[in-house]
Design a protein around this ligand. Structure first.
Ligand code: SAM
Length: 246
């Protein structure tokens, strides 16, 4: 899986790519990343990439030339990419979308058929619309709120996809059993406990200590269902969840 990231903050992106699961995935060659500084495609010595908005109003807008030229440069060297712009008006990221990136359909299993993914990170008021239109970018949001830039969104997507690549996690079952996995109907994970058995007066549920794996599986399934139903009900009311069973 190969990601190219176009950003005004390459150092910040690079440093997160070295952390944890992503660092492991890259070291093992299971995920490759290429970070490109949008300012390298500026046309002036001040490395300007933004300008004032036509029509007035606050903030600055990312100019189309550096974006289009950076994409053309990247694709001339590394082939055509699937182009995705991080933007609040995009389709909201889901686990299903992440899974489709990590496991392309059987018809495109041939490595050469799977395009690398280009992630364009905005800043300021966002992109000059023409850049996204000309290059037919897909638009992706990571949620209904506004960040200062697209870098976190790009990293969210890469990390979510990388952990689904076989060999990245210590135990590949983790990814299959985790929350939102479409094979499990998008259900949430059950609660987890580790030592000590009692912490500040709270005990680990007895069923997890008894060694009856049938009973443990049943308990986990029921807890997963409870969490899933609770969260879905809260989403309908658009309220934040808490983790209390009460
Ligand atoms: N003027 C824009 C608006 O109101 O929709 C907000 C621009 S935001 C301050 C700057 C950049 O952050 C965007 O171009 C985008 O790349 C990124 N960004 C902000 N919120 C995002 C979100 N929810 N999902 C994905 N990217 C986001």
């Amino acid at each position: 899986m190969l990601f190219s990231i176009l950003t005004l903050f390459p150092d910040a992106v690079e440093s997160y790519l070295d952390v944890g699961v992503l660092g492991i995935a890259r070291t093992r060659g299971l995920v490759q990343t290429r970070v490109v500084d949008l300012r390298d495609f500026s046309r002036d010595r001040h490395r300007t990439v933004d300008d004032r908005p036509f029509g007035g109003g606050p903030g600055m807008v990312l100019k189309p030339e550096p974006i289009v030229e950076a994409v053309e440069w990247l694709e001339a060297r590394h082939g055509e990419h699937r182009r995705i712009a991080l933007t609040p008006d995009g389709t909201t990221l889901t686990q299903g979308f992440v899974e489709s990136l990590a496991s392309p359909p059987a018809s495109s299993e041939e490595h050469e058929d799977v395009k690398p993914i280009l992630l364009l990170c905005g800043r300021y008021e966002g992109f000059d619309e023409r850049a996204l239109e000309l290059l037919q970018f897909e638009r992706l949001s990571i949620g209904d709120y506004v960040l200062a830039g697209g870098e976190l969104g790009a990293l969210v997507l890469i990390e979510a996809a990388a952990r689904l690549v076989p060999g990245v996690l210590g135990d590949d079952r983790s990814a299959v059993e985790d929350s939102y996995t479409t094979a499990n109907g998008g259900a949430l994970d059950h609660p987890h406990f580790t030592r000590p058995r009692v912490f500040r007066g709270r005990s680990v549920p007895d069923v997890l200590l008894g060694g009856d794996h049938g009973a443990i599986d049943q308990w986990r399934l029921e807890e997963s269902q409870k969490r899933t139903q609770r969260k879905r009900a809260q989403q309908e009311g658009s309220q934040p969840t808490n983790n209390q069973d009460a």
